[in-house]
Design a binder for this molecule. Sequence first.
Ligand code: NAD
Length: 249
Amino acid sequence: MQRLQDRVAVITGAGSGIGLATARRFAQEGAKIVAVDLDEVAGAKAAGELGGLFVKADVANEDDVVRMYQTAFDTFGSIDIAFNNAGISPPDDDSILDTGIDAWRRVQEVNLTSVYLCCKHVLPYMRRQGKGSIINTASFVAVMGSATSQISYTASKGGVLAMSRELGVQFAREGIRVNALCPGPVDTPLLQELFAKDPERAQRRLVHVPIGRFARAEEIAAAVAFLASDDASFITASEFLVDGGISGA
Ligand code: NAD
């Protein structure tokens, strides 16, 4: 018997980076995969590779979020794991002095409102089952801020962390665990795109990582699989740092 045998896992942002690596890891551990992404090509490819179901959805849109969980439940009959992971990085320099209100709002919508919507609409399924594991992707910047000027991103991830803590506490007695995953810098398209525009930013960030390199997405996926599994049965409302030592330095 594998650790996630026959658990139904809904993973947002499953077409790329951390979401894709986690979908692969969950599938290896026996889970049934519902891959959610706005990018139809990447999401369908991930689901196809893993024998899972693809649902195209914008996680910032409430109707889409309701539909994605309904589709998952109608297909597989339960929802055991929700990995609320889709997110974006601000397009340009994101100093508070330069960030416009529209850019700010978009980052909050995709990174924070999406997690509110995903938790709100998956919790009723998990309450009926009397169990479930929710993992929300925050970031190390939620606990320590960022040296590289990311105000809208940092604020959105701080919100994800605070919301996860509160929900973890509120639903603990109902058998539902809610944790915030806080990765350090991970070598994914999101980070590569950012650093392609500003290579010095990569160097500035790297000097803060005690381990001396960025994470591989698979290293983050291993932590998510642990949090999703019964091995983490006493872990809830936590900020789960997988950051190469950044927050300890
Ligand atoms: P990525 O860009 O490789 O993947 C993100 C995926 O989310 C993409 O497939 C994209 O199409 C999808 N997506 C974006 N907006 C969406 C929306 N509105 N609806 C549905 N899907 C959408 O990024 P990643 O590095 O794997 O990041 C995943 C998560 O991890 C994000 O929340 C990010 O903020 C967080 N994170 C990343 C790092 C890092 O260094 N890469 C560090 C800490 C936290």
